[in-house]
Design a protein around this ligand. Structure first.
Ligand code: UDX
Length: 431
């Protein structure tokens, strides 16, 4: 059992704190947002994340999990300090490390000898050394503390499972004993542990996300070709996936990737490459295909509406960047809906969880609380997020509610044959 401080209680920090408490450690989560801390201390989790509320409640009840305002409260007693503060995209595409630097400056004089500071947030290659330098410059006795990189591979919606049953644990540290201590925090977790140098650990995170983004852009490009060649991308992906060197995952064609990680991390890696003097045109292509894919969905919807969206009622199902999360950050659905509104469409949208947040995020968007209401009077219905519940609706009712039964399914979620039998015009992606 170790005493751990987790600075930042967003998606990554809160999951890290709750899961480390589950593993038996005594964890103090710190955040600058007082209201959030008060809510968390009452067990109120404001994000939609499977199993997380239960884990937070369990941690609070066991006394192994607590929350405080400000890093300074949490750090002095800790043997490990996890940095889980945001690293947003800066104006130049690179990751903005100002929050990380501010926390490092704040905690430097407070660290007890023997403490290990762990970079958990996604930070560019070189950040572990940077944090070490900031700590040293601000009063930490650097010979007596350790610094390590321990990147997260948590998918929103399944973050708790990804933490407790990970595909791997990566620890990057210059000092072997520091790496061993960080690895030991994961005792009880069944996974390979890769101990490496800090730069490699940091690169593993970026390379993994960039590779997954590459898979998605690749299958989207193949999907676009399939459309011209009368092939079905779903069959193609299945046939590819049986090759264990390729695998089935991340070969779902759609509106392009989004969310809080892939767009930001690909941009940051491109920035890193530029600074290193390497022309990473492969990754540039991945990003370009992705942006065009959003636009391609708009074209499909425009075409389905007869070539002009001005004044056309459009129903939209799904607004989050993927299903089973309430996150609208960099959501392709939001990008597409904004473009439809720009072209004069009257968009009425339904999302199972993100409706109220979408009202604020997208001015002019009519958000309703019922999927049938979203398609009432619509000339086109578009599926933008792959929520499972959308597959099981009464499609006779959907057809009767629409002004013209036309579906543009940007997620290949619905059954084309079933819809066509009911009189719909159906268009998917790459099929
Ligand atoms: C991702 C990584 O998977 C995780 O390891 C990392 O640490 C954080 O970023 P997340 O952003 O939660 O997780 O979403 P993920 O499930 O990876 O999906 C990202 C985007 O790709 C979504 O917009 C999703 O709809 C899209 N996607 C995914 C596809 O379009 N096709 C696919 O086949 C898979």
């Amino acid at each position: 059992m170790s005493r751990v401080a987790v600075v930042g209680t967003g998606y990554v920090g809160l999951t890290t704190a709750a899961c480390l408490a589950r593993l038996g450690h005594v964890v103090c989560g710190a955040d600058v947002d007082e209201e959030k801390v008060v809510a968390l201390a009452r067990g109120e989790v404001s994000i939609l994340e499977d199993e997380l509320p239960e884990l937070v409640a369990e941690g609070l009840a066991s006394g192994r999990l607590g929350f405080v305002v400000g890093a300074a409260e949490a750090v002095p007693d800790a043997e490990f300090v996890f940095l889980c503060v945001p690293t947003p995209q800066g104006d130049d595409g690179g990751a903005d490390l100002s929050h990380v630097a501010a926390v490092a400056r704040e905690i430097a004089p407070l660290l007890a000898p023997g403490t290990v500071v762990v970079n958990k947030s996604t930070m560019p290659v070189g950040s572990t050394r940077l944090v070490e330098r900031i700590l040293a410059e601000n009063g930490a006795s650097i010979d007596e503390i350790g610094v390590a990189s321990n990147p997260e591979f948590l998918r929103e919606g399944t973050a708790v499972r990804d933490f407790l049953q990970p595909s791997r644990v990566v620890v990057g540290a210059d000092v072997p004993s520091v790496a061993v201590r960080v690895s030991e925090l994961y005792r009880g977790v069944q996974a390979p542990v890769l101990v490496t140098d800090p730069a490699s650990a940091e690169m593993i995170k970026y390379a993994s996300n960039a590779f997954l983004a590459t898979k998605i852009s690749f299958i989207n490009a193949i999907a676009n070709l399939c459309e011209s060649l009368d092939a079905d991308v779903r069959e193609v992906a299945l046939g590819m996936g049986y090759d264990p060197r390729i695998g089935f995952d991340f070969l779902y064609a759609g509106p392009g990737y989004g969310g809080s990680c892939f767009p930001k991390d690909t941009a940051a890696l491109l920035h890193t490459a530029r600074e290193a003097g390497y022309d990473f045109d492969l990754l540039d292509g991945v990003v370009t295909v992705n942006a065009r894919q959003h636009e391609r969905m708009v074209q499909k919807i425009r075409r389905a509406a007869g070539g002009d969206l001005s004044g056309v009622p459009v129903g939209a199902w799904g607004l989050t960047f993927k299903a089973n999360t309430d996150d609208l950050r960099d959501s392709p659905a939001v990008t597409i809906v904004r473009r439809l509104l720009e072209e004069g469409a009257a968009v009425r949208a339904y999302d199972p969880v993100a409706g109220p947040a979408a009202v604020e995020a997208v001015p002019g968007l009519d958000v309703v609380e019922d999927p049938y209401a979203a398609c009432a009077g619509a000339r086109v219905l578009t599926v933008l997020t792959e929520w499972d519940e959308l597959r099981w609706l009464d499609f006779d009712r959907v057809r009767d509610a629409m002004a013209s039964p036309t579906v543009v399914d940007c997620r290949n979620l619905l059954d084309p044959a079933g819809l066509r039998r009911r009189g719909f015009r159906y268009e998917g992606v790459g099929r």
